[in-house]
Design a protein. Structure first.
Length: 316
């Protein structure tokens, strides 16, 4: 093989190896940076969104406590019509509740803003019905479920009616909020604001899926711990070969201790690295042009300098 040809091949190989190494280092660095940015953004978004949910629950617990503290409920044998009228006035005041109910100690519905189910016991399949003793002692304050009476998916907020001069509870107030008000805390991203498809799922403490932007048919269905967080129940952030995940848990706000609900943000890792792949493709194309240009320059350099040197006669 001629020296000039060897020189051309050597230069081309050197430039090719340099371009490959630089392209790989650039792709790896950018890919890792993108994953880190996604994790940081997920952690911030999930924490802020969970705080919004806690604020919503706290706001409605305060409202329900105000209703339960109304002096009317502590008067001797208040008329049902007067109680219903008072509940309706609170519903009109807060403008958020689908219905507000007043139950006796034994769970019998005494008054309701909708006028439905009066005299009937609390639905045993509803969150208050499942936890009625805890409703009365104040340890159960909220839950989500389907109301057969109203035929709607609801968030239930409860507070016991406690009269200062009576050792025995009078009953409990149950306020119901349509689940779509919870969904409204998750605004739909504007076109182009998300470069990748982010999956958002909200579960309550019993595994009930309250909101999902990708699994609509699963909303208000119960999922196991492994289905909620297949990566591990106690994880906060995760970036494995398949996906990037951030999990936020309710921490409460002010005197609200929290809901034990779980908010999960996830995205396919390959989708998150799509930007890096596009940039890697551009680097590869640029490298091809550099290699071609280097080969042409090496060819002309070999013809201009190397070949004449090989044919130059040494002095006698």
């Amino acid at each position: 093989m001629k020296p000039s040809t060897k020189f051309i091949l050597f230069c081309s190989l050197l430039v090719t190896l340099t371009c490959v190494v630089m392209a790989w280092l650039a792709y790896s660095s950018i890919s890792n940076t993108l994953v880190a940015k996604v994790l940081d953004r997920f952690r911030e978004r999930s924490t802020n969104r969970m705080l919004s949910i806690d604020n919503m629950l706290h706001y409605n617990l305060v409202n329900t406590q105000v209703i339960a503290g109304d002096p009317l409920f502590c008067t001797p044998a208040p008329p049902a019509q007067k109680v219903a009228a008072r509940l309706i006035s609170y519903r009109n005041l807060f403008k958020i509740y689908l219905s507000i109910s007043y139950f006796s100690n034994d769970g019998v519905l005494l008054a309701d803003t909708s006028g439905l189910g009066i005299g009937q016991p609390v639905d045993p399949q509803s969150p208050p019905g499942k936890h009625w003793p805890q409703v009365l002692d104040g340890t159960f304050t909220h839950g989500a479920g389907h109301s057969r009476l109203l035929n709607a998916d609801l968030i239930y907020v409860t507070r016991p009616v406690i009269c200062p001069d009576e050792p025995k509870l009078r009953g409990a107030i149950v306020a119901r909020i349509n689940i779509w008000r919870l969904h409204a805390l998750f605004p739909i991203a504007a076109s182009g604001s998300e470069s990748v498809a982010v999956h958002i799922d909200l579960f309550d403490d019993e595994g009930l899926l309250l909101y999902s932007n990708h699994h609509r048919t699963g909303i208000m269905k119960v999922f196991s711990d492994s289905q909620m967080t297949p990566e591990g129940k106690n994880i906060e952030v995760l970036a494995n070969e398949d996906q990037i995940v951030s999990v936020a848990r309710s921490m409460g706000t002010m005197d609200f201790k929290g809901s034990n609900w779980l908010l999960r943000f996830s995205v396919a890792r390959e989708a998150a690295r799509e930007e890096a792949r596009i940039l890697g493709l551009r680097i590869a194309i640029t490298s091809l042009f550099i290699i071609a240009a280097a080969t042409v320059l090496a060819y002309f350099f070999a013809r201009r300098f190397v070949r004449p040197m090989m044919h130059h006669d040494p002095p006698k």
